[in-house]
Ligand binder design. Sequence first.
Ligand code: NAD
Length: 415
Amino acid sequence: MAEITHSTALNTALSQLQSTVKLLKLDDNDWRTLSTPRRVLEVAVPLRRDNGSVEMYKGYRVQYSTTRGPAKGGIRFHPEVDMNETIALAMLMTWKCALTNLPYGGAKGGIAVDIQNLSLSENERLTRRYTSEILPIIGPERDIPAPDVGTDERNMAWMMDTYSVNAGFSVPGVVTGKPIVLGGSLGRNSATGDGVGIAVKEALRVKNIDPKGATVVIQGFGKVGYWAGVACESLGMKVLAVSDVHGGVTGFRSVNDLWKHFQEHGNLNAPGTEKMTNTELLHLSCDVLVPAALSDALNAETAQGVQAKIIVEGANAPTTPEADAIFKDKGILVVPDILANAGGVIVSYFEWVQDKQNFFWNIDEVKENLNNILTRSIKEVESTSLQYKVSWRDAAMMIGVGRVAEAHKLRGLYP
Ligand code: NAD
């Protein structure tokens, strides 16, 4: 197999795939098929700013795989978005959908932009122009985007509208994570965090720790981090500290109290809280650490000081292979991203199914089905890990990659 030289996120993803290909005893043909993205689109996204000046941004959409169904994956607006990172994240989506047995391939997209510097109307124009540039390759049967870092249900509404205006009729199934009134699903907002909560509960069971009174630290207080905190509190756990890009805080009464302050003031410095750096937060003594911000947060430098007994990866690719090795030595149970944060794509799948059928479920059905699919996937990973004596990450990858490899073989190679 060829030597890998790429950016960190892609390096991590390829090196995990390489180990999995070895564990599954797949051959070089399989490696070449599995390690190559199927469609990579780079687009220029011109934006007329409110002051009349025109700026150009780079946008991407990567369809890593469509072997098991339409491509599926989020849209990220962040200054560090680039082609290699988008490929890496699209690859992870492929294994995640296969691991949870959703009838999807994997995709990811985004724009390299600091969205904080744009007004609401600039954000709308940028989203609509990006959608129109990637329009030829998306659609409910081809590729279904969703929110990710820097995008939310408002962006999904604009994407759905841009696609629908071009089609000439309403196409709600082209994106997931939409507002409820446009065909969104109940429970989608909290789904990824709810899933992190389910993963935390199962990991505590494996480690024989009672959730009541167990402690959790969360890096990142966005869509995933906030709802993960709410889910952990509902298990009876104490959320010790959370952080955002500016650093962490401890000493708040509840996650909801802090969220209220954050909504009103745009910062985490609620009265009575104490500040800390993001690195200090990662090194707090706790039962569970949930990285829910960006890639590579846990690396060779930060991993050594981690004291948690369990790490549940809310973010995508938060742990580098070097950090993974350190956690293995320390006996820390790592619940990998493709399992721990799969709640989002599982409820996105429910949204797509509801849109296709024009028949909408109540919240209890959504939560019950999410719990069933995710708990089943966690049990499969646990038993594969015991059977092959491998980490949960290796076990999850073996199931996900194994399913894609099998689908490739059964479909055959055209022509
Ligand atoms: P978000 O934009 O809502 O929140 C991101 C949070 O991370 C913010 O609080 C931000 O301040 C913080 N942050 C950014 N840079 C940071 C840094 N250097 N240090 C500490 N905190 C930092 O994004 P999100 O949707 O919550 O996504 C978070 C992670 O979860 C990403 O890796 C994303 O790919 C992954 N994910 C999201 C979903 C979803 O449904 N939204 C699903 C699966 C995985």
